[in-house]
Unconditional design. Structure first.
Length: 288
């Protein structure tokens, strides 16, 4: 049986998907949107089960294997909705739609679900306000082999489509948990984590402290940084050296610097092995 081709903007399924751009509708439905070839592929590769797929062949990038994504979603039991270009452009939240949009369940991982290894590296993101920054933190966390990201006292919904987009789908490859700060601190303390915070007033540089054990790198709001609760709880306070006029870094940029200092130390200590270039996972040749 062929899929029903949608050509009307008034279709109820289209209206429902469009509403999922709003947090209130996402939370009410328990659903989220995943748009784009790379994002959909990474979601599926990490076990995400789609409930619906809207697709438009006229908007495919052509140099990728979009039909394979369609068939994977069909095989997982998703409702399939081929669309005309005008309909898909109404659904899309990207400037240049790629013809693939999944509707699926929200993520619901809890702290108790985390399976952390020895020498675990964790990011704590406290009250991050901008979806793009949270998505970029997730992307850097994936690249650095982080074992979990704990989003505390959230200002940005992790299911925001712009978080998914900025993460380039790595939202699905790194375990992400939402928790209150007190709950997160108790979890980390109970597992012997060293909590690291950055402040321009710290004496130690970020590259002069040990980051090879169980380490939680805590980062805070774009404007004010970490709250006093996390600053007081920190076992290590460090600063990133800065030589220009700027008095602060973007929170995602600072997180990336800290993570790859931890990676450098772990490689030097023999805790991590750098994969060879041929082990690179991606087949894409474009960047976000």
């Amino acid at each position: 049986m062929s899929d029903l081709h949608i050509t009307s903007l008034a279709n109820p399924k289209v209206k429902h998907a469009v509403k999922l751009r709003q947090r209130s509708h996402r939370d009410e439905a328990g659903q989220m949107l995943v748009e784009g070839y790379r994002e959909c592929k990474r979601a599926l590769d990490n076990g995400y089960r789609p409930q619906m797929l809207f697709y438009c062949e006229a908007l495919y990038l052509k140099n990728l294997n979009e039909p394979a994504i369609v068939e994977r979603c069909r095989g997982l039991g998703a409702e399939m909705f081929p669309c005309s270009a005008p309909v898909f452009e109404k659904l899309a939240y990207r400037e240049r739609p790629e013809g693939l949009l999944i509707v699926g369940p929200q993520l619901s991982l809890k702290l108790a679900d985390l399976k952390l290894p020895e020498h675990a590296l964790v990011v704590v993101a406290e009250a991050i306000e901008k979806p793009g920054n949270l998505g970029t933190i997730l992307r850097s966390a994936d690249a650095a082999g982080v074992h979990a990201v704990i989003v505390c006292d959230r200002c940005t919904d992790i299911h925001n489509p712009n978080v998914v987009r900025a993460s380039t789908g790595t939202l699905f490859s790194v375990p992400v948990v939402e928790a209150e700060s007190d709950e997160a601190l108790a979890f980390l303390r109970g597992r012997g984590f060293c909590v690291l915070a950055t402040t321009p007033h710290a004496e130690s540089l970020h590259c002069a402290v040990p980051l090879t054990g169980n380490v939680a790198i805590a980062v805070g709001t774009e404007q004010y940084g970490l709250t006093e609760k996390w600053m007081r709880a920190a076992d290590l306070r460090v600063r990133i050296p800065m030589f220009g006029l700027a008095d602060s870094l973007n929170v995602a940029s600072a997180t990336t610097i800290l993570l790859f200092e931890a990676v450098r130390q772990r490689v030097a200590a023999g805790q991590l092995t750098v994969p060879p270039p041929e082990a690179w996972h991606g087949e894409e040749t474009f960047d976000a």
